[in-house]
Design a binder for this molecule. Structure first.
Ligand code: NAD
Ligand code: GLY
Length: 367
């Protein structure tokens, strides 16, 4: 087992990474203050992993809240089901909420923990690649609004993150690829040598090679922990973690939550950020294409939805959380491995980026 740390003063916490950790009771018990625990999961993950987790929680007074599965349920109605479960089982302020599932469960259970009786402890037990490399670390919690992705939420750090890499064995291939979008993101924004490693190991990752997956998770979590430790509430460098997300969130909202997976929308959005960085003269065509190739090799879409033009993108991008005082700040790449957050770009470059023929670009790379 490897242990990393998110350094945030009194809110610091460990990230445990290893195979079979769900069945290690002591790891959880060390972070549970009272006797009451509420496990929040969903109807897909519960039959796979809830029993093992409950066995590790023997001796605690445990309530399980099993939610409907999917991004389309990341909303007020489903959040209410968590509060219903907590209140009907009389959970008090020493309760610990455990999120068992992907990023949707982690974001919602974390938000519920932030709100329940003005805040109770919570632990992240992420079971998708995306949640293991990104969403479980850093304390962003929340739900979607019909007008904007993740628009209602709170910064609320977990007490611990327990990553059982064996849980990836049941993950559908499409979901694994979605997680790889966020892994590739770390290489693009802050770790250029990691891109070379990913190019060499993409097949191993997609074939669920445990050694390769564990290495990619550790390197991703280390990057995320560094960034969050430096800028917990996103007043600076943390915004670079949103490479491709401003375009991607527009895709998710416009297409309907869950139609494009979050990681898929981030992948297509990252291609748009690469293209804009190229148009600004910051990346060469070869560097842009290297990023796109890697996303393709991960089995991800690299062409935004054909039914979305500049108007649809701009409508959704205007409500992005990086918009400040009406200025649309974007995460772009100065170089591979170096991201900036800026509103200082010619408007015509953004317009040209939104009008680019990504289908032709993708075809030119595969032919
Ligand atoms: P998800 O939570 O919807 O999980 C994907 C699918 O995999 C679901 O159907 C889920 O039930 C299933 N699943 C989970 N674990 C499984 C397993 N081990 N075996 C088989 N099936 C399994 O999606 P996700 O990609 O994990 O997370 C996406 C969400 O995370 C989005 O809502 C996004 O906004 C959010 N997110 C948050 C942050 C953050 O910092 N808080 C960062 C990135 C993404
Ligand atoms: N996923 C972006 C962040 O945690 O800041």
């Amino acid at each position: 087992m490897q242990t990393l740390h998110v350094e945030l003063g009194e809110r610091s916490y460990p990230i445990y990474i290893g195979s079979g950790l769900l069945a290690r009771p002591a790891l959880l018990a060390a972070h549970i203050a009272g006797r009451q625990v509420a496990v929040v999961t969903n109807e897909t993950v519960a039959p796979l992993y809830l029993q093992t987790l409950l066995q590790s929680l023997a001796g605690f007074n445990v309530t399980s809240v099993v939610l409907p599965d999917g991004e389309a349920h990341k909303n007020w109605e489903t959040l209410q089901l968590i509060f219903d479960g907590l209140l009907s089982a009389r959970h008090d302020r020493r309760t610990t909420v455990i999120a068992l599932g992907g990023g949707v469960i982690g974001d919602m259970a974390g938000f519920a923990a932030a709100c329940y009786q003005r805040g109770v402890d919570f632990i992240q037990v992420p079971t998708t690649l995306l949640s293991q490399v990104d969403s479980s670390v850093g304390g962003k919690t929340g739900i979607n609004h019909p007008l904007g992705k993740n628009m209602v939420g709170a910064f609320y750090q977990p007490k611990a993150v327990l990553i059982d890499t064996a849980s990836l064995e049941t993950l559908p291939a499409r979901e694994l690829s979605a997680g790889l979008a966020e892994v590739i993101k770390y290489g693009l924004i802050c770790d250029e040598p990691f891109l070379g490693w990913l190019e060499a190991n993409m097949s191993a990752l997609r074939n669920l090679d445990q050694g390769a997956l564990t290495y990619a998770i550790e390197r991703s979590c280390a990057a995320k922990a560094r960034v969050v430790g430096a800028d917990e509430r996103e007043s600076g460098v943390r915004a670079t973690l949103n490479l491709g997300h401003t375009f991607g969130h527009a895709i998710e909202t416009e297409q309907g939550y869950g139609v494009w997976l979050h990681g898929e929308a981030v992948a297509a959005g990252t291609v748009m950020a690469l293209e804009m960085s190229y148009r600004l003269g910051w990346l060469s065509a070869a560097e842009r294409d290297r990023g796109i190739h890697l996303l393709q090799a991960a089995g991800l879409p690299v062409v935004p939805p054909q039914d979305m033009g500049p108007e649809q993108f701009l409508e959704h991008m205007a409500v992005d959380k990086k918009v400040l005082d009406g200025q649309m700040r974007l995460v772009l790449l100065r170089h591979l491995g170096e991201a900036v957050v800026t509103a200082d770009y010619p408007r015509e470059i953004l317009d040209a980026t939104l009008r680019s023929d990504y289908r032709a670009l993708a075809q030119s790379l595969t032919s």
